[in-house]
Ligand binder design. Sequence first.
Ligand code: ZN
Ligand code: ZN
Length: 325
Amino acid sequence: MKSAQVENNVLVVKERENETLDGRKGAILKVLGCGLCGSDIIKLKQHLVKDGTVLGHEIVGRIVEIDSETGFKPEDVIVTSHHIPCGKCEYCKNGNVSMCRHFKQTNIIPGGFSELVYVSEEHLQNVAYLKPENLSCEEASFYEPLACCIRAVKRATLKQNSTVLVIGLGSIGILMSQALKAFGMNVIGCDLLASRVKVLKNLGIEAFVLSEMCDSIKADGVFMTSGSDKAIDTALKYVRDGGKILVFSSTPHNMGYANNEIYYRELTVLGSYSPSPVDLRDSLELLADKQIKVTGLSTVYPLEKVQAAINDTLENKILKAYIQI
Ligand SMILES: [Zn+2]
Ligand SMILES: [Zn+2]
């Protein structure tokens, strides 16, 4: 089978041995497509993965081989996520499921940018669903990234009708803005690029180019989906005293933190990382109900062009890549 493997910090498509069940419980999927996540790009750029690694976790696939108690059967087209919490450890009991050690150890094998993948019985039981018929594979591939956003919205525990500013309108900012709206917030988006502002406006959500933002905006919550230095300054400028800042992005270097602003202005700063099985279920429901619109957000690339997809994403030529396999 073909798969895109890390080699000297770029992805190279290579042949490797077919993934088969080989006595394991679970399923082999023919991957139909896999979204390219910002985290895949960060892992490459920051040299966080070894050569030979296969990235990709926003998967839609058709079952070609299965041994499972779940009722899924061959030919079913499913969406799945990559990590599963144990449900029993102290992290899980406290609701920090994405900090669960088991969560970080579970994965799709070898990774989504591959013709075939193995998903375990645990995946099928906890984080896999049939693709809703009214969603294309490309649309359904937003299942996992949208779930990440839904988790962030829930973790912020903002009151209904709160004013929320989303900083950064890449694909995650666009999903986050829509998720916040679906949860009853008044949403404003901002970005440095007018083209991205337009995408959010077309979805019926107020948005501004950063330089045109009104100074008087005071947000109950600010969601940072961009990790630039400017994003932190922008968050501190627009969050109201006593408000919340939700961090949803890594930064290339350690930023320190705004101790005195957090103290004197009684701000709450919190992070949100990866989704729980409940967030994933909610995500698929919102996608299938078309409450969150993803049509046209992504651009299709064949597996052979996965490195071009990464370059185009980095150069802001596209919002999001969907790798068709
Ligand atoms: Zn992702
Ligand atoms: Zn756990």
